[in-house]
Design a protein around this ligand. Structure first.
Ligand SMILES: C=CC1=C(C)c2cc3[nH]c(cc4nc(cc5[nH]c(cc1n2)c(C)c5CCC(=O)O)C(CCC(=O)O)=C4C)c(C)c3C=C
Ligand SMILES: [Fe+2]
Length: 440
């Protein structure tokens, strides 16, 4: 990209320079994100955005003093490059735009080019820059490369996380059948599932998380535009009010049922737990997935109106935790160890706990959603459940089998959308691209 264009981008987004706290690191990596201004300096010196991952300033990886620190960091940039994709173990942002895509091209080289183009655009957007030649200042006769609605907004900790669905590996499509990981199964239909095919599946996915919804929506929109003619959005979901966090030192968020959600989750700084339960290893059978993960996405509708008429004691019995503090039954504090025998046998927490599921562990990273009303005056609201794991056979599947069989919460919820994706390892530097290890 010509230096003058980067200067244009800098001018067009000048407002984002102001007061930009500049350090957010990927979990476990002592990295620093440069200020927007220094980023542009890097870019002008050869688009070395990878330098974001190699900076030397102090790191912040979710440790520290909670809400105020989060608020201060809300405008910062999260390094895009690393061994793992950002958006999994990195601190959870406030907003989500998740999109699943169908690939329309049948040409492997076109798909590879798409992934390369997406990677370059993602590098820029996560750094707070416009895509391509920007939103303004280009040829008046042509539509701008960037749609412009993020001009003047901060990077807002935008992370973009890409994934590949089972259908991408189908025989006769892109020659990937030999690379299909054993863990990337078509999920079984669980009892009670009422899945809408129009909200399920997908060849590709992109999870965009940011502290500003407009930044997340802008990012998905640019990737969809770049993919025009090669891929189309199959379904997408907006989310708010993160329901789980990867930063246990912060206040636990509440879900739409009013309960703290995410108390017992894998922490983004617990490298031992991440290696054991979240990151795929070459030893697992698919060498190209080393450093990646597997994502299960479920759109779970809540019968909010019925829930709202349920007595408090019953609500607390259903989860096995109290509503105010979030403490397990018979305990005083949220972080106290749950004592499962004190809970009702069919309480949600009891059935989801690793002691009841043969040790199954997942990293939850879901969001609440409210998509207006359903035409019958009921809120179309619920949980867009996102769970990362090393192997779905030791994560989502055993837990969901247990929950689908007996969870008393099932009276108030219904799974209406489902998808699974292999999340490849991170993009190492500016020469690397999403999916290189798969297509190599
Ligand atoms: C298959 C996995 C899970 C689904 C689907 C799921 C749906 C779901 N959960 C809540 C609310 C809460 N879940 C909580 C704990 C919890 N849930 C799961 C898994 C699934 N939940 C796990 C593994 C755990 C942790 C169990 C443990 O080790 O103790 C809690 C309690 C607080 C917490 O620890 O997070 C709440 C609240 C809803 C509303 C929901 C579907 C709409
Ligand atoms: Fe749960």
């Amino acid at each position: 990209m010509a230096e003058e264009k980067l200067t244009q981008a800098a001018e067009a987004t000048e407002a984002r320079d102001a007061a930009q706290p500049a350090v957010v690191a990927q979990a476990g990596a002592a990295t620093a994100a440069p200020s927007r201004r220094s980023l542009l300096a890097y870019a002008g010196a050869g688009l070395a955005l990878g330098a974001a991952g190699a900076g030397g300033a102090a790191a912040m990886s979710g440790q520290g003093s909670g809400a105020m620190e989060s608020a201060a960091l809300a405008g910062a940039a999260v390094p895009f490059h690393g061994a793992h994709q950002a958006g999994i173990a990195t601190p959870v942002q406030d907003r989500l735009h998740f999109a699943a895509f169908d690939v329309k091209t049948e040409d492997r080289e076109e798909l590879i080019q798409l992934l390369k183009d997406w990677t370059r655009a993602a590098e820029r957007m996560t750094a707070g820059l416009t895509v391509g030649e920007g939103a303004v200042g280009g040829l008046p006769e042509a539509p701008p490369d960037d749609t412009g609605e993020a001009l003047g907004l901060k990077p807002s900790r935008l992370t973009l996380t890409v994934g590949f669905g089972p259908s991408l590996f189908a025989k006769g499509r892109f020659g990937l059948e030999d690379k299909h990981p054993a863990a990337l199964v078509d999920l079984e239909l669980f009892p009670g599932d009422n899945l809408d095919p129009a909200r399920s599946g997908g060849d590709l996915c992109v999870q965009a998380c940011a502290d500003d919804p407009q930044v997340a929506v802008h990012a998905i929109r640019q990737l969809a535009r770049i993919g025009f003619g090669k891929t189309v959005v199959r379904w997408s979901q907006l989310g708010f009010g993160k329901t789980s966090s990867t930063t246990p030192e912060e206040q636990t968020p509440r879900n739409m049922m009013g309960f703290k959600d995410g108390t017992r989750n894998i922490s983004g700084t617990d490298t031992a737990a991440l290696d054991k339960h979240v990151w795929a290893s070459a030893k697992d059978g698919s060498a190209w997935m080393a450093g990646g993960s597997y994502l299960v996405a479920r759109r779970i509708r809540m019968n909010i109106e019925t829930w709202d008429r349920t007595p408090l004691q019953e609500q607390e019995d259903i989860f096995g935790r109290d509503k105010g503090e979030g403490a397990p039954v018979g305990r005083a504090r949220e972080r106290d160890e749950p004592f499962l025998p004190a809970m009702k046998p069919e309480a949600h927490v009891r059935l989801a706990h690793p002691d009841t599921t043969g040790g199954a562990m997942i990293l939850r990273r879901g969001y609440s959603f409210t998509d207006g009303t359903d035409g019958l005056g009921r809120l179309d609201a619920g949980l867009f459940f996102l769970a990362y794991q090393r192997d779905v056979h030791k994560g989502f599947i055993p837990i969901q089998r247990n929950l689908a069989r007996a969870d008393v919460l099932n009276e108030y919820i219904q799974h209406v959308g489902s998808a699974i994706f292999a999340i490849p390892p991170g993009v190492r530097d500016e020469d690397d691209w999403w999916g290189r290890t798969l297509f190599a």
